[in-house]
Design a binder for this molecule. Structure first.
Ligand SMILES: Nc1nc2c(c(=O)[nH]1)N[C@H]1C(S)=C(S)[C@@H](COP(=O)(O)OP(=O)(O)OC[C@H]3O[C@@H](n4cnc5c(=O)[nH]c(N)nc54)[C@H](O)[C@@H]3O)O[C@H]1N2
Ligand SMILES: Nc1nc2c(c(=O)[nH]1)N[C@H]1C(S)=C(S)[C@@H](COP(=O)(O)OP(=O)(O)OC[C@H]3O[C@@H](n4cnc5c(=O)[nH]c(N)nc54)[C@H](O)[C@@H]3O)O[C@H]1N2
Ligand code: SF4
Ligand SMILES: [Mo]
Length: 732
């Protein structure tokens, strides 16, 4: 039997629409869906390789139980029941010995909106849920949310933006359909593009203005833009007087941050800084896009986000067509927040959330204040998942040392922490110290090798997906299963549910399959549907009607009802309420003692094709495009070190040393190198200590996550602007 199933690719957050052609239960072809609004029939290299992923011979197909030493790579196949019974018995035992907070879970970026993970942990009684969230989006989104009541992540470029600021973001590599939108907008509306990136990126190549700032000098630039815009009176005076609080104090605060001052910090001339600020402020509407580089600055990530928040607001771009639109939650869909059961987590357990005494904005102390306001205005909050979490550097230290209390178990799902988090050696020690490590995966990864159980995960062609982008958008994208899970693979939802059933949570898991829970969540939308599949077939998306300037009626979802340029939530949490300059944790000024030994600046990251983070290295046709980790080096720097294109090069920081292969390019400055992230080698020896080369080329080996260097409010660690040195790998 031939069928065409409507699916959405989940190899990145663009969720491009695809058509899966199924014959007799076998997916024979996956093509781009020409009717889908974002990709219009196109696919990137990962999308094209969907079947290589689905049917790859290395996929984990059965539950595996460790039989040798931890890390020996010796596993035997067991049944799901045996695995789940044993895991839940061990969870019970650990809870009775150490308390529920001893059980943790670690995730990476968004794969499915994870209400089920949070629901399970709230019912279990542990606050120690975490993700890579502090370095991905959270400082920016939360700085926006506390200032004007929602994040403006829906850049409405295609709705007539006259100017787009692409700040620490490179959609030309990381979000191809978004880049397509940017180029179309330029064609249709003459939209000006300003790119702020130390590298001449794919996106910078299409810019009207490119500001090649020094890595991790973004805060100085944002503050100087405020200085220019306020001093030259280029702001929207009416909006400022009616809808903001704290403008006078902001103006006073940024007085010292002149373009000349910022020129010293950023390496960009004062004239160019002022020209860009004027272009942004005088083009209306304009939008200022978020980029992940600005979440990864370590100390000062939130203070810098505060400055961009102020820019958006005082220039009058908030919630206007073509500006920075704040979608708010979907009004009728039962959102992730509504599914999480946060009220079930007792107060005394919330108080134990690791890191929440120090990094207060994205953990219970801040989340509580944020939620009060969002609920008052929108009737709903943002999910606790991503926005209210244990701090990863603190969590890993607790695992490794038992301080402030022992964390003995972790369920790792949709994440490869040995590769994705900074300070790989510490993460390794942490995972090795556990009494119970469960990993739900597609592949045997370096992290999975250390597990007690490796459980086989179903991927996006084998499960339905319903996403509202981290649970915060007012639109939803629905996708159906192309086929039932192959072998004994299960969906992530099923894992949480089945553990929940064994741990006394039965009444909270009435829906056996995702299709049932998704149908339930769609019930109030008013579609006449018999089943979830019918929704996918007939509708597939739902976009809540877009309204603009919603604040005119309901005010902003902040304590004052206005845009808080001087932020009362930050103040209440004990932080500086105004945007301000924070010296980056590894700048030459902050760490002068490193200058001589580590003379270069490292950028450890940057979205790159064809891979997604640490994924897809097993897929031959993708690996052929990029067989080795690439280190971008300016030709003049390479010459100084006797390095030629293609040579292996050591990259070294005080924390660690790895090697990557040189790519000579003028795109990076002569004092800076850019290393790819995510590298390990599925083809290498799996057992500890080799762990498939996880210590060989993975740039996170070189990064420090000392909490003192992390962002004060969100605990984000620093991956940009780190001191390093390089040398040629001899004889390689
Ligand atoms: N140095 C440095 N570090 C970084 C970054 C950087 O720029 N520089 N970027 C950071 C950012 S922005 C992010 S988001 C993180 C990403 O961190 P991660 O999300 O951990 O990234 P991946 O390496 O893709 O790991 C995901 C793992 O989950 C598996 N997986 C994928 N989908 C599913 C699923 O649906 N279910 C299950 N069970 N498993 C699945 C994959 O096989 C893979 O092994 O890394 C962060 N780390
Ligand atoms: N191909 C591919 N696409 C992806 C991903 C992937 O792994 N691969 N990951 C997905 C995920 S989870 C995320 S979060 C996004 C991230 O995607 P983006 O938001 O685009 O972020 P990055 O790709 O990390 O970096 C963007 C740009 O920041 C620049 N940059 C580096 N340091 C600095 C700095 O200090 N300041 C400034 N202003 N710029 C700097 C880099 O040169 C790079 O061009 O991509 C998503 N898309
Ligand atoms: S851009 Fe590529 S990986 Fe991302 S959803 Fe589209 S096809 Fe999939
Ligand atoms: Mo991310």
């Amino acid at each position: 039997m031939s069928q065409v199933k409507k699916v959405a690719c989940h190899f990145c957050h663009m969720n491009c629409g695809m058509l899966a052609h199924v014959e007799d239960g076998v997916v024979v072809k996956v093509t781009g869906d020409p009717e889908h609004p974002t990709n219009a029939g196109t696919q990137c290299a990962r999308g094209v390789s969907a079947l290589d992923h689905l049917y790859h011979p290395n996929r984990i197909n059965y539950p595996l139980k460790r039989v040798g030493e931890r890390g020996s790579g010796k596993f035997v196949r067991v049944s799901w029941d045996e695995a789940l019974d044993d895991i839940s018995a061990r969870i019970k035992r650990l809870i009775s010995e150490y308390g529920a907070e001893t059980i943790s879970t670690i995730g990476g970026t968004n794969r499915t909106d994870d209400f089920a993970r949070r629901r399970f942990f709230n019912l279990l009684g542990s606050p120690n849920v975490t993700h890579t969230a502090p370095v991905c989006w959270i400082p920016n989104f939360l700085a926006e949310t506390i200032s004007y009541g929602w994040g403006s992540f829906d850049a409405e470029v295609m709705n007539g933006s006259r100017c787009v600021v692409v700040w620490g973001h490179n959609p030309g590599a990381s979000y191809l359909p978004e880049m397509r939108g940017l180029l179309l907008a330029r064609e249709m509306f003459g939209t000006k593009i300003i790119v702020i990136d130390p590298r001449f990126s794919e996106t910078a190549a299409k810019a009207d203005l490119w500001l090649p700032i020094r890595p991790n000098s973004d805060n100085a630039l944002a503050l100087a833009w405020l200085n220019v815009i306020i001093n030259e009176g280029l702001y929207d005076a009416e909006f400022v007087s009616e809808w903001t609080v704290g403008f006078g104090e902001l103006a006073e605060r940024v007085e010292e941050y002149t373009p000349e001052w910022a020129a010293e910090k950023t390496g960009v001339s004062a004239e160019l800084i002022a020209e860009a600020a004027r272009m942004y402020a005088t083009s209306k509407p304009a939008c200022l896009m978020w980029g992940v580089a600005t979440d990864q600055l370590g100390r000062g990530s939130t203070a810098g986000a505060q400055a961009r928040v102020a820019l958006r607001a005082i220039c009058g771009n908030l919630d206007v067509p073509g500006g920075d639109v704040m979608p708010g939650p979907h009004p009728t869909f039962i959102t992730d927040w509504e599914m999480e059961l946060n009220e079930k987590l007792p107060e005394e357990q919330r108080a134990k959330q690791l890191g929440s005494d120090r990094f207060k904005l994205n953990s219970w102390p801040g989340y509580r204040l944020i939620s009060e306001n969002l609920e008052r205005v929108w009737g709903k909050s943002i999910p606790a998942e991503w926005f209210c979490e244990a701090n990863p550097p603190v969590l890993f230290r607790a695992m490794a040392t038992g301080e402030p209390y022992p964390v003995k178990a972790a369920i790792v799902l949709a994440d490869n922490p040995l590769v994705s988090y900074a300070n790989t050696k510490l993460v390794y020690q942490a995972l090795k110290s556990l009494e119970l490590l469960v990993v739900m995966e597609y592949w045997m990864t370096p992290t999975a090798v250390l597990a007690d159980y490796v459980l086989p995960a179903a991927s996006w062609l084998e499960r339905p997906v319903l996403t509202t982008t981290y649970g915060v958008s007012d639109w939803l994208i629905a996708s159906e299963r192309a086929i039932e899970p192959l072998y004994e693979r299960k969906t992530d939802y099923e894992l949480w549910r089945e553990l929940g059933l064994r741990l006394g949570q039965g009444e909270y898991w009435p829906w056996e399959r995702e299709e049932e829970v998704f149908k339930h969540r769609l019930e109030k939308l008013g579609y006449e549907i018999e089943s979830y599949e019918e929704f996918v077939h007939n509708y597939r998306y739902d976009f809540a009607p877009r309204e603009y300037r919603k604040y005119l009626e309901r005010g902003f979802a902040t304590p004052s009802g206005k845009v808080e340029l001087k932020n009362s939530i930050l103040e209440k949490l004990g932080y500086d309420p105004l945007p301000h300059y924070v010296e980056p944790p590894f700048s030459p000024e902050a760490r002068p003692e490193l200058a001589e030994d580590y003379p270069l600046t490292l950028i450890a990251g940057g979205g790159f094709n064809p891979f997604f983070h640490s994924e897809h290295r097993e897929i031959t046709r993708l690996r052929l495009v990029s067989p080795y980790p690439r280190l971008a080096i300016n030709p003049s720097l390479a010459e100084r070190y006797g390095i030629k294109d293609g040579d292996w090069v050591w990259i070294e920081t005080p924390t660690g040393k790895v090697k990557q292969r040189a790519v000579l390019t003028e795109a990076v400055a002569p004092d800076t190198v850019q290393a790819e992230r995510g590298w390990w080698y599925p083809e290498k020896e799996i057992s500890d200590p080799e762990l498939m080369g996880v210590f060989e080329s993975n740039i996170n080996v070189c990064l420090d996550d000392d909490p003192d260097t992390c962002d004060e409010a969100c605990g984000s660690w620093c991956t940009r602007g780190v001191r390093c040195r390089i040398s040629k790998v001899e004889g390689s």
